[in-house]
Design a protein around this ligand. Sequence first.
Ligand code: SAH
Length: 201
Amino acid sequence: MVAEQLRPHGVTDERVLQAMASVPREEFLAPRMRRHAYEDRALAIECGQTISQPLVVALMTQAASPQPDEIALEVGTGSGYAAAVLSRLCRRVITIEREPALAEHASETLLRLGFDNIEVAVRDGSLGWPAEAPYNVILVAAAAREVPQALIDQLADGGRMVIPVATSADEPQDLRLYARHGTDVIYRSLFPVLFVPLRTG
Ligand code: SAH
């Protein structure tokens, strides 16, 4: 994965490559899907959802540049895979999933694999998790029509948020990197992506 899928496609941060190499993606899949674990594509998990493509997980993580002393929020736990990668690169990860069955399954997987700095919460992640805010890093794994204000509000000064934005129904989504400097929040577009929708409410 690291040599063939990630390095040649722009993943250059050695810490991110190491984190990707250290998380066994097959453990986050149902047994019948495991033989596909090292194909560079999104795969089906429960509840009609997907585990993201490894290259996209790596590029999102690299863009957000998580540091060892930082706290991160992920919206859209899914299988727990991206949270696991992120947790290798920062102090603590809070990850939010709206489907209770997925959250429970992801918690079990993460516990079984010994990840002890990740907390899984069940709720609408577009509201963020104010109790632990602000966050240095926010990764959103579902496409928003508009960037939720709560997430912008919960971004720390100097913080980075990576989020796919669905600007129109028939265009690819725009993966954006938001950065806060004091009261200013600016973004730049990274690349087009295809995520499941962020379902609010
Ligand atoms: N990061 C995941 C991939 C997640 S797919 C992984 O590595 O496996 C996107 C997930 O976002 C789905 O599980 C979906 O249920 C969840 N989701 C969609 N809208 C949400 C919302 N408003 N709050 C929290 N989770 C949401």
